[in-house]
Design a protein around this ligand. Structure first.
Ligand code: AMP
Length: 407
C-alpha cells in the first residue's frame, strides 16, 4: 500500500485498492498516476491488462465530488468496455461514493436521461454521448477530466469525428487523458489539436512474453474444426477465447462446438446488448468456459482468467493479433495463444509475423478424429499449400522432426 500512497493516492482510494488486493502499482500506474494527480494532460501508451483504469480512475475519483455536476467524461469504443470501466470506477470509489454511470447505444435512452441528471462521472460510447448532446440531456460544461480510453480503437471504429465533436463541447479548461495501445498518427494529431503540453508515458509490453506460449498448427481446412474440438477437449484450460474474423463464422463455430458437446457461446456486435451482457456475465462467472468472439466484441474486456486464446481465423490486421493474445498471460498468470492455420490464413499469418516481434512455435498435429461440422468448411486445402513466408517462425524444440500427416 505504501507504494500506492507514495504516488499520491488518497486514503479512500487506497482502501479500495487494498480490498482489491493489489499489492503494488503496475508500470503504467507508477508512471502516470503522479502526473494525472498533478493535473497534467497525459498520453499513455498502454492497453487492456496494464491497469490503466485505476490510473485514470484515481485521478477522476480524487478530483470529483458527489453532487457537483458531471465532472468527468470517459469515452470508450464499445458498450462492454463502458460497463466494465463504470463498474471498475464504482469499485475504486466505494469509500468516496459518487454517481458513476455507463451510457451506450443499443439500450433504452430514457433510463440514461434519468441517471444523467445526477451523474458525477459518465463512461460512454461516442455515438450515444452525441445523441444525448443533441437532446440536451447531458451537460458537459462542468467537465474537469476528459478521458479517451482505447483511442486507437475508437479511431479504427470510425469514431474520430464523433470524438472530436464531443471534445469541442467540453470546457477548454480541463484535463485530457488519452490511453491508447498504439500511438498512431491520428492519436498524435488529436493530441496536438486538443491537449495542453501532454506528457507521454508508455509501458514496454502488455503481455508478459515469459508467461505466454504462442504456437501454431498447420492443418487442412477440412480438419480445422476437428482440431479445435480436439484441443479444447485435451488442453488443460480455464477460460478460453476463440477468435474468428466474422460474425457469421463466430456463430457457426459456437453452434458446431455445442453440437460437439463443448459448452461454447458466441459474442459479436450483431447481438442485442442485453444478450451480450448475459453472455459476458456467464463467461465471467465461469458458467460457460468457451467464448467464441469477434475482435470488436472482445476488445478491451477485462477477463482475468483466460488461459487460452485460439485464433480460429488469423486476423486480417496484424496489430489485432497483439490485442487478441493480450487477453491471456495477464497479471502474472500463464497463457497460451494457439493459431489454427489452413492455407487461407497464410497471408494474414505472414503479415502478423512480419509486423510483430512475436515468437510462434509450430506444433505437431495430434491424432484427431474428423468431426462432421454442420457448417460448410473449405474445400479440403492441404497443409503446406498457399504462400506463407515461414522465415520468422520458430520451430518448437520439442517438434524438430518433420511433421507427419496423421489423418
Ligand atoms: P485494466 O488494464 O485497467 O483493464 O486492468 C487490468 C486488470 O488488472 C484488472 O482486472 C484490474 O483489476 C487489475 N489490476 C489493476 N491494477 C492492478 C495492480 N496494481 N495489481 C494487480 N492487478 C491490478
Amino acid at each position: 500500500m505504501e507504494s500506492f500512497k507514495n504516488l499520491g493516492v488518497i486514503e479512500p482510494v487506497l482502501r479500495s485498492i487494498n480490498d482489491a488486493k493489489f499489492e503494488s502499482p503496475s508500470e503504467i500506474q507508477e508512471k502516470s498516476i503522479p502526473l494525472i494527480i498533478a493535473g497534467k494532460d497525459v498520453i499513455a501508451g498502454s492497453a487492456t491488462g496494464s491497469g490503466k483504469t485505476l490510473a485514470f480512475g484515481t485521478g477522476i475519483i480524487q478530483s470529483s465530488e458527489k453532487g457537483k455536476g458531471l465532472q468527468a467524461l470517459v469515452l470508450v469504443p464499445t458498450r462492454e468496455l463502458a460497463e466494465q470501466v463504470a463498474k471498475a470506477l464504482s469499485n475504486f470509489s466505494k469509500y468516496k461514493p459518487m454517481g458513476i454511470i455507463a451510457v451506450y447505444g443499443g439500450v433504452g435512452i430514457n433510463p440514461q436521461i434519468q441517471k444523467l441528471r445526477t451523474a458525477d462521472v459518465v463512461v460512454g460510447t461516442p455515438g450515444r454521448i452525441l445523441d444525448h448532446i443533441a437532446r440536451n440531456t447531458i451537460r458537459l460544461g462542468k467537465v474537469k477530466t476528459l478521458v479517451l480510453d482505447e483511442a486507437d480503437r475508437m479511431f479504427d471504429m470510425g469514431f474520430k469525428d464523433d470524438v472530436e465533436r464531443i471534445i469541442r463541447k467540453c470546457p477548454q479548461e480541463r484535463q485530457t487523458l488519452l490511453f491508447s495501445a498504439t500511438i498512431t498518427k491520428d492519436v498524435v494529431r488529436l493530441s496536438r489539436a486538443h491537449m495542453k503540453q501532454p506528457l507521454q508515458v508508455s509501458v514496454e509490453s502488455f503481455v508478459d512474453p515469459k508467461k505466454l506460449v504462442q504456437t501454431y498448427y498447420d492443418v487442412g481446412e477440412d480438419m480445422k474444426f476437428s482440431l479445435l474440438v480436439h484441443l479444447l477437449k485435451h488442453e488443460d484450460s480455464n477460460l478460453v477465447m476463440v477468435f474468428c474474423n466474422t460474425k457469421r463464422n463466430t456463430d457457426k463455430v459456437a453452434k458446431n462446438l455445442r453440437f460437439a458437446d463443448v459448452d461454447a457461446m458466441a459474442i459479436h456486435g450483431g447481438l442485442p446488448q442485453g444478450k451480450r451482457n448475459n453472455i459476458m456475465e456467464r463467461f465471467h462467472s465461469g458458467k460457460s468456459c468457451v467464448l467464441v468472439c469477434t475482435d470488436v466484441a472482445a476488445r478491451g474486456l477485462d477477463i482475468p482468467d483466460v488461459s487460452h486464446v485460439y485464433n480460429y481465423d488469423i486476423p486480417r490486421e496484424s496489430k489485432q493479433y497483439i490485442h487478441r493474445i493480450g487477453r491471456t498471460a495477464r497479471a502474472g498468470a500463464d497463457g497460451k495463444a494457439i493459431n489454427i492455420l489452413s492455407s487461407k490464413d497464410y497471408d494474414n499469418f505472414s503479415q502478423v509475423l512480419k509486423e510483430n516481434n512475436v515468437e510462434v512455435m509450430e506444433e505437431k498435429l495430434p491424432v484427431i478424429n474428423k468431426i462432421a461440422a454442420r457448417m460448410p468448411e473449405g474445400k479440403g486445402n492441404k497443409p503446406g499449400e498457399g504462400r506463407m513466408n515461414k522465415s520468422n517462425i520458430r520451430r518448437s524444440p520439442r517438434n524438430n522432426n518433420r511433421r507427419r500427416r496423421l489423418y
